[in-house]
Design a binder for this molecule. Structure first.
Ligand code: PLP
Length: 374
């Protein structure tokens, strides 16, 4: 019998395509290599012949795709001698930054918005020893402050404006191509700052040997550019209606949505995302909070996959576009599920309509509870 080599994270796996040196100390928690799950029951119920896969990024070490970018950003921060990192966050970036900083033995400062952060994410940042700074403002205010303070204090920004974040995140596209043996026809993502849709496009384009100059920067210089596939997917970005600057065509000052991870009105990767839209021939669309929650529940009930509300936006949008025919039959579609459902138990429990059945600890009562609910 042969043993498979131990998986030690995405930088090790894709070293040839990432900006690290042989002697770089890698700060990793084994991120990446997440399941690509083919949906069965939902496509059947749509009555359309399509293949839908979900990339379950909630199974990263801190429960979101942010870990893919954070392993790169913190590795590079440590390489250049930084002793502290900082980010603004709707929750998942802070959970991830805190974990990788703990691993590296440096300090994480995280700015979170007042009261609009899911419990699980806050618990993570606090347990992992980050300095949590709660501001009386929203994510966009936090982002502005982080940029300003980084000019005044010795801290490295690890939001997705840090170019190493996108480098780490592009590996999700590599994994999808390697697993499917091809790029999908459509790739659907929830869009907040639009870093992740940009990172996926960089990954797909690179693997097809088609990365345009627009996306080049000095992190991308010295490594393997051989192409692995011909095709690139059409990129579809879905936003929550109350936080949909890409649909309005301008920044939104008071974004609102139950999907707190994408409650962002001033996306940091605005120009990149429009370029992705243009180059891939894709589109943006919006989903209401009601649609987002219904899809989160549907995915859990029909497929056993529990993601957080923001993540369900990708599938909600895809289902609508499949139904209307905008996404044609016989397409291969991948939806990114950006974060784990356990991040936000409050929202989940509030929308669970099935009551908990309460009985005495007694055989007869348990038996009738079963028979009545078959
Ligand atoms: C960060 C995040 C997003 C948004 O990603 P962007 O790169 O900001 O567009 C979506 N869903 C979840 C769960 C997130 O944590």
């Amino acid at each position: 019998m042969t043993f498979r080599q131990r998986y030690t994270g995405l930088i090790e796996r894709y070293r040839d395509r990432l900006p690290v040196h042989d002697d770089t100390r890698l700060i990793s928690l084994g991120e990446g290599n997440t399941p690509l799950i083919k949906l069965h029951n939902i496509p059947d119920s749509l009555g359309k012949n399509v293949d839908i896969y979900v990339k379950y990024e909630g199974l990263n070490p801190t429960g979101s795709f942010k870990d893919r970018g954070m392993t790169m950003a913190v590795t590079k921060a440590v390489e250049k001698g930084s002793k502290a990192i900082i980010c603004a966050s709707t929750g998942n970036t802070s959970a991830s930054a805190a974990a990788y900083a703990a691993r590296a033995g440096i300090t994480a400062f995280v700015l979170i918005p007042d009261g609009k952060i899911a419990q699980g994410k806050l618990a993570q940042a606090m347990m992992e020893g980050a300095v949590v700074i709660q501001i009386k403002g929203n994510f966009d205010d936090g982002m502005r402050l982080v940029k300003e303070v980084a000019d005044e204090a010795p801290v490295t920004i690890v939001n997705s404006i840090n170019p190493y974040r996108l480098q780490g995140q592009k590996t999700a596209a590599y994994e999808i191509i390697e697993e499917l043996g091809r790029a999908p026809d459509f790739h659907c993502l929830p869009v907040g700052n639009a870093g992740n849709i940009t990172a996926h496009w960089i990954g797909y384009s690179e693997y097809a040997g088609k990365l345009s100059d627009y996306f080049y920067n000095d992190t991308l210089e010295e490594y393997d550019k051989s192409s692995v596939t011909e095709k690139v997917p059409t990129m579809l970005g879905y936003q929550a209606s109350g936080s949909a600057p890409f649909l309005r065509g301008e920044m939104v000052d008071n974004p609102e949505t139950i999907a707190t991870a994408i409650r962002i009105g001033h996306p940091q990767s605005w120009d990149y995302a429009w370029k992705v839209h243009e180059e891939s021939g894709g589109w943006f669309d919006e989903c209401t909070d009601k649609e987002i929650l219904a899809t989160q529940k549907l995915l859990a009930e029909k497929e056993g996959v529990f993601c957080e509300p923001a993540s369900a936006t990708s599938l909600a949008g895809a289902m609508r576009d499949i139904q209307s025919g905008k996404i044609p039959e016989n397409s291969c579609i991948v939806c990114t599920l950006t974060g784990h459902g356990l991040k936000d138990p409050d929202t989940a429990i509030k929308q669970s309509t099935a009551p908990v059945v309460k009985v005495e600890a007694e055989l007869g009562q348990v038996k009738s509870a079963i028979l009545e609910n078959m």
